[in-house]
Design a protein around this ligand. Structure first.
Ligand code: ADP
Ligand code: MG
Length: 508
């Protein structure tokens, strides 16, 4: 017999200019894994935040265990036995696992029967008991700063369990994990269900939903499309419902025809501001017509490598582009020699958020004709150019070239950067995490765009944490671990599991 633990009735939430949740009603059963699936901006995090008391809904009701409740703060949510693991963890790095878990909820003992003090020993034992019960592969005494992302995530989970949470909300929990870590997280989520917990799992990854979820609410543009039984619904159907159209999962990849070397790296090393070696003598070659992928867990030196290529950080060793040594060239000179760079940090380096689409599209070419005539910016020409690129790169923007970039979705902001960078007709295109955080529709179209560049004879360097992306898009793959590159392997000759092992340094 199933029993409804949480019911949302006609929940609506508006932000300036957007209805993030539009009249959403659904019921979650005790002990199930219930997924929220939807493209970026569909309203999943908003709905979860309402359940966790971070936002109050403009309209609607929450019924928890049969009672109407007002959840007006996360503290209230915790009192009601609701917990949430956010995308960005909230841990104190120089504290131990136990100290982090009991923070704000320390068990108190009385010294000499009167003086209150934290009963650390008792807390530690309770924490260790939870670790053992759920088989978390941690120690209560570990320092947070010594733990990797996946272990830190377990600490966040423990925090919820220590507070006796019954409803556990996970917002995109696998975004930062390797395949092996994802498997073990999904196993933990299953164990939590076995222990009687109710799980709300937010993700845009269909495979994960297929693997663990019982039911799945598909959301699109603030609306609830429907709730599906996961076992009896095909992945293809869920994907189509999510994006509201027929999707093609098949990438259109012509057989490889490698041309001459476009990029040659020779013993490239980067030492950071703290004198730490982040990249150690990286050497490889990318040819015309080749996608060369660099896989790896975040923080292993890939960003330093990309930044060194773009001319943003100091480095030693040689960078040769089209036979020309550009190691000491300025950023602008590198662009002029044929390098295009689509950075990871879309907001910091990639876009001027408070400027419009046209201004962003010409931001690297504004100083030269046809956009500038003498010192005057050519408005009409720039606008027509923007209109053209909007169509060519399928950028969705409500007010066309005049749309302020901040108001656009992540996927469309990314398409804008790609349009700008690719239209410079570079010979080498560097993509760093090109689909991070994007929904499946935007992801597939960007992956196809990368392959199109390669099909047309460009050299492509793809730096990505998404192994599935690396395996489907790349021709050749190297893994970066701790600043060192593994040997280059053809994508067709390596499996997901092997890649994962290289990424964790288990294999070398
Ligand atoms: N704090 C906020 N202020 C303004 N707009 C927001 C805020 N949070 C979310 N939104 C907007 O609400 C919509 C839904 O966002 P969100 O719930 O984060 O979607 P998802 O988690 O499905 O990607 C988006 O258009 C987003 O830009
Ligand atoms: Mg979200």
């Amino acid at each position: 017999m199933s029993e409804t633990i949480l019911e949302l009735k006609h929940i609506s939430k508006r932000f300036p200019g957007v209805i993030a949740n539009n009249d959403i009603s659904l019921e979650i059963q005790r002990g199930e894994i219930f997924a929220f699936l939807g493209e970026n901006g569909a309203g999943k995090s908003t709905l979860a935040s309402i359940i966790f008391g971070m936002y109050s809904p403009d309209a609607g009701e929450i019924i928890l265990r049969g009672q109407a409740v007002q959840i007006n703060s996360p503290a209230r949510a915790v009192e009601l036995d609701i917990g949430m693991v956010h995308q960005h963890f909230k841990l104190v790095s120089n504290y131990s696992v136990t100290e982090n878990i009991i923070l704000g909820r320390e068990p108190i003992k009385r010294l000499l029967g009167i003086i209150p003090a934290i009963d650390y020993k008792k807390a530690r034992a309770q924490v260790q008991e939870l670790i053992d019960r759920y088989d978390f592969d941690l120690s209560a005494d570990d320092l947070i700063e010594d733990l990797n992302v996946s272990s830190q995530q377990r600490v966040e989970i423990l925090k919820m369990l220590y507070r006796d949470a019954e409803i556990l909300i996970f917002d995109e929990p696998t975004a930062m994990l390797t395949p092996q870590e994802i498997d073990s997280l999904l196993a933990i989520i299953r164990r939590l269900r076995e222990a009687g917990k109710t799980i709300i799992l937010i993700t845009h990854k269909l495979e994960e939903i297929k693997l663990v979820a019982d039911r799945c609410a598909i959301m699109s543009r603030g609306h609830l499309i429907d709730v599906y039984d996961v076992q009896t619904t095909s992945t293809q159907l869920m994907a189509n419902r999510m994006v509201g159209r027929q999707l093609s999962f098949q990438l259109d990849k012509a057989p490889a025809h490698f041309g001459p070397a476009v990029l040659e790296l020779k013993e490239l090393s980067v030492i950071d501001a703290f004198k730490v070696k982040r990249l150690d003598k990286a050497s490889f070659t990318v040819h015309a017509g080749e996608v060369f992928a660099l896989a790896g867990v975040a923080g292993n030196g890939q960003i330093q490598l990309a930044d060194a290529l773009a001319g943003l950080v100091q480095h030693s060793g040689q960078i040769i582009l089209n036979g020309q040594d550009i190691s000491q060239a300025s950023v602008r000179k590198r662009i002029q020699s044929g390098l295009a760079y689509i950075p990871e940090d879309r907001h910091g380096v990639g876009l001027f958020l408070d400027f419009d689409v046209t201004e962003n599209l010409i931001s690297k070419q504004y100083y030269r004709p046809p956009f500038a005539h003498w010192a005057f910016l050519q408005k009409k020409t720039s606008q027509r150019y923007a209109e053209l690129l909007i169509v060519r790169y399928d950028v969705r923007c409500a007010q066309g070239p005049a749309t302020i970039v901040r108001s656009m979705s992540g996927g469309n902001q990314q398409k804008l950067i790609i349009a700008r960078e690719l239209d410079t007709h570079a010979d080498l295109v560097i993509f760093v995490q090109p689909t991070r955080g994007l929904d499946i529709g935007a992801t597939l179209s960007i992956r196809q765009r990368i392959i199109d560049e390669r099909n047309s004879g460009k050299a492509v360097l793809l730096i990505s944490l998404e192994l599935e992306e690396v395996l489907t898009v790349a021709d050749n793959i190297a893994v970066i671990f701790n600043g060192n590159l593994t040997k280059v392997t053809p994508a067709a000759e390596i499996s997901l599991a092997e890649l994962g092992e290289y990424m964790m340094g288990v294999r070398q």
